[in-house]
Design a protein around this ligand. Structure first.
Ligand SMILES: Cc1cc2nc3c(=O)[nH]c(=O)nc-3n(C[C@H](O)[C@H](O)[C@H](O)COP(=O)(O)OP(=O)(O)OC[C@H]3O[C@@H](n4cnc5c(N)ncnc54)[C@H](O)[C@@H]3O)c2cc1C
Length: 398
């Protein structure tokens, strides 16, 4: 196992870095690096710039318009993107439903959906969770009853991230009501403007409108929007979750945010000295940095295994737990660094064009919202407790 980057990989990193310097719009970079609100159009604009460069889908094979990059190149790309202040790719189209369509969709579905995902012409959201079906996803209740060439959908999805912007939702629905939990589930693609769909916002504790409830009342969906076979949706759903988890560790983002933490802690004062020189605070920052370095090595080991064509297994759960714990720890330290200024929760002051006064230093303004928002990391994509169950069974054999 060789964990060092090769000369080609280092050259690739340079190429990505100079692309980011040249092509990442300054206004978007400012929002991401400042922790300000990133809008729908920022995500779309950046995806289109990447697409123009041929880098719209780092993880897709070339036959579908992807880069064909190996896992290490993808990792380098993610790391450089985060460091430069590029917005994180919205995962629902590119990283979730697209791999499912490639693996299990018909050629007609591949031609219909993949190019529009790549070019950011259609926005997707994920309709898995329901009230009462989160960790225990297989207990989902949304019904799809076949009538001729259509399914008729009734039920509710929840926590639907950025569903307010979506053109399409991929849904897990129950098509066999007698079969055992996992067996009667199908995977359907549903157009969001179909009559009978209602999207209601859920405002989270950071004051953001990021998630939604989506209601389905007699929503008619053509049978051609079924992925693969009826009642085999659980297989496709699990395939997608594997992709989702390996994406959440966010090492590049954690490195960038650690840099921000150090800058803030150098500006904040304690007993007439920069906070970062305070031994207790410095030790806590160091602990996060040590954990992050260890996680990075673990991640490189997973990549090295992938290069030898071994699929990432339960170790994806380790990456998810440690990656999210580290990201959360950084937001905690950031709020502690600015003390009482972290008590403010003023979304209007987090908009890029805000002209009003800041309470305390301007870098303190978005920290409370960031801290609160990042609590989600240990819940979604399979909660960290569920990941621990996977580790105990699959790695420790308990
Ligand atoms: C901000 C955010 C965005 C989300 N976006 C989406 C989205 O776009 N689409 C979508 O479909 N879903 C989304 N989700 C839903 C997410 O996947 C679920 O919240 C998650 O699976 C947990 O389910 P739950 O909320 O129903 O909690 P529950 O499953 O009810 O769990 C409650 C608590 O019990 C623990 N627990 C449950 N079962 C076990 C067990 N067997 N062993 C040990 N502990 C257990 C959990 O870890 C958790 O702490 C999002 C969630 C959040 C918070």
């Amino acid at each position: 196992m060789d964990l060092n980057f090769t000369a080609e990989e280092t050259a690739f990193r340079e190429q990505v870095r100079s692309f980011m310097q040249e092509k990442l719009p300054a206004d978007i970079r400012k929002k991401v690096l400042g922790g300000l609100i990133v809008e729908r159009d920022d995500y779309v604009r950046w995806q289109r710039i990447l697409h123009e460069q041929g880098w719209g889908a780092p993880a897709w094979p070339q036959q579908f318009g992807g880069t064909g990059w190996n896992a290490t190149q993808q990792y380098i790309f993610e790391e450089e993107s985060a460091a430069a202040g590029a917005p994180r790719a919205v995962p629902f189209g590119l990283k979730m439903v697209a791999p499912v369509i490639m693996a299990f969709g018909s050629p007609a579905q591949q031609q219909r959906f993949l190019p529009k995902i790549l070019a950011a012409e259609e926005w997707w959201c994920q309709g898995y969770s329901e009230p009462g079906a989160g960790s225990d996803l297989a207990s989902l209740k949304m019904r799809a009853v076949r009538e001729g060439n259509e399914y008729v959908l009734n039920g509710q999805k929840t926590w639907t991230t950025l569903g307010q912007y979506a053109d399409w939702i991929f849904c897990l629905v129950r098509t066999d009501f007698e079969a055992k939990a996992q067996r009667g589930i199908s995977f359907l693609l549903v157009k969001m403007d179909t009559p009978g769909i209602t999207v209601r916002p859920i405002i989270t504790m950071d004051g953001a409108h990021e998630v939604n409830e989506v209601y389905f009342e007699n929503v008619r969906v053509p049978v051609e929007n079924l992925i693969g076979e009826e009642n085999k949706g659980w297989t496709y759903a699990k395939f997608l979750l594997g992709h989702e988890r390996t994406n959440i560790a966010g090492i590049g983002i954690a490195k960038r945010e650690l840099g921000r933490l150090k800058r803030v802690a150098l500006q904040e004062q304690k007993n007439g000295k920069p906070l970062l020189k305070d031994p207790l605070f410095a030790a806590r920052v160091a602990q996060v940095e040590v954990d992050l370095t260890a996680l990075e090595i673990t991640n490189l080991r997973v990549l090295s295994a992938e290069a030898e064509h071994r699929a990432p297994g339960p170790e994806a759960s380790i990456l998810k737990i440690k990656g999210t714990e580290i990201q959360q720890a950084i937001t905690e330290l950031l709020t502690q660094a600015v003390g009482p200024y972290a008590l403010q929760l003023r979304r209007e002051a987090m908009a890029a064009g805000y002209q009003g006064e800041h309470i305390g230093p301007d870098y303190a303004t978005p920290l409370a919202a960031g801290y609160l928002n990042m609590r989600k990391l240990s819940i979604y994509g399979g909660s960290n407790e569920i990941q621990k169950n996977i580790i105990s069974q699959m790695i420790l054999g308990l």
